[in-house]
Ligand binder design. Structure first.
Ligand code: B1M
Length: 210
C-alpha cells in the first residue's frame, strides 16, 4: 500500500502533521485502529530502530520520529478505548528506573484500556518505591513493567525482590515487556509472564484475571 510506505517515510523523517493526516486517511478508508498502529506506526518505528542501531540515525532524529508516532497514537487512543466492556482488572504500569522509552508502554496502556482494564500509568524512570507506593495506595491486580535497554531491564528484578521482601509479591500478577526481554528473562527474575507485544499483554492479563 502506497500510503503506508509514504507514512513510514514520514515517520522516519519525524513529520508529525503528515503522520496525523495519514492516520486520519487510513481511518476514513476503514482501517482498524489496531492495524494502523501495528502495520503502519510500529512497523515504521521498527525501521527507525534499525537505522538508529546502525548509526545512520541519531537521538535527535529518533526523538522526532517518536514525537510523530505519538501524534498518530493520540488520534487512535480514544478509538481503542471506545469499549463498553466491563472492568476486567486494575493495573499499574511504568517504565523502569534509568529508562525513558515510553512508546511501547503507552501502546500497552492503550490496548489494555481498550480491552477493559483500568490502567494507572506511572510514566518513565520509576524506582521500586514508585511502583510499590502506587500498588499500596489502591486495589491493584496487575503490575506491568517496561524496559527497552539491556542496562535497565535487570531493575525489574529489584522491584520484584522488593515486593517479595515486603511479603506482597503474590498479591499481584507481574507482567514484563520490552524489546530486549524474552521469556527466559521473565522467568529468571520471577515475573508471572513476559509479554512480547501489547496484544499478548492483553491476552495474558485476561488469562490471569479469568
Ligand atoms: Co532508544 N534504544 N536509546 N531511544 N530506542 C533502543 C531501545 C535501541 C534498541 C536502539 C538500537 O540501538 N537499535 C537501543 C538499546 C540497545 C540495548 O540496550 N541493547 C537504544 C539506545 C542505545 C538508546 C540510548 C542509550 C541512545 C543514546 O543516548 N546513545 C538512549 C537511552 C535513553 C534512556 O532511556 N536512558 C535512547 C534514547 C531514545 C530516544 C529518547 C531517542 C527514543 C525514545 C523516545 C520515547 O520513547 N519517547 C528512542 C527510541 C524511539 C528507540 C527505538 C528506535 C524505538 C523504541 C520504540 O518506541 N519502539 C529503539 C529501537 C528498537 O526498539 N528496535 C531504541 C516501538 C514500540 C512500539 O516498541 O518499545 O518494543 P517497544 O514495545 C513493544 C513491546 O516491546 C512490548 O509491547 C510494545 C508494543 O507492541 N512492550 C511491553 C513494551 N513494554 C512493555 C511492557 C509490558 C508488556 C509489553 O508490560 C506488561
Amino acid at each position: 500500500e502506497d500510503l503506508n510506505l509514504q507514512m513510514q517515510d514520514d515517520l522516519y523523517d519525524g513529520m508529525k502533521e503528515e503522520i496525523e493526516e495519514g492516520v486520519n486517511i487510513f481511518l476514513e478508508r476503514g482501517w482498524q485502529p489496531y492495524d494502523i498502529l501495528t502495520k503502519v506506526l510500529v512497523e515504521g518505528m521498527r525501521i527507525v530502530g534499525i537505522d538508529f542501531r546502525d548509526g545512520i540515525l541519531f537521538v535527535p532524529e529518533v526523538l522526532l520520529a517518536a514525537n510523530a508516532m505519538k501524534g498518530g497514537m493520540a488520534i487512535l487512543k480514544p478509538l481503542l478505548a471506545e469499549t463498553g466492556a466491563p472492568r476486567l482488572g486494575n493495573m499499574v504500569i511504568g517504565t523502569v528506573k534509568g529508562d525513558i522509552h515510553d512508546i511501547g508502554k503507552n501502546l500497552v496502556t492503550m490496548m489494555m484500556e481498550g480491552a477493559g482494564f483500568e490502567v494507572k500509568d506511572l510514566g518513565i524512570n520509576n524506582d521500586a518505591d514508585a511502583y510499590i507506593s502506587e500498588l499500596e495506595s489502591g486495589q491493584y491486580d496487575i503490575l506491568g513493567m517496561s524496559a527497552l535497554l539491556t542496562t535497565t531491564m535487570p531493575y525489574m528484578k529489584v522491584v520484584i525482590d522488593t515486593l517479595v521482601e515486603k511479603g506482597t509479591r503474590d498479591d499481584y500478577v507481574v507482567l514484563v515487556g520490552g524489546a530486549p526481554l524474552n521469556e527466559e528473562f521473565g522467568n529468571a527474575i520471577g515475573a508471572d509472564a513476559y509479554c512480547r507485544d501489547a496484544a499478548v499483554a492483553v491476552e495474558t492479563a485476561k488469562e490471569f484475571m479469568a
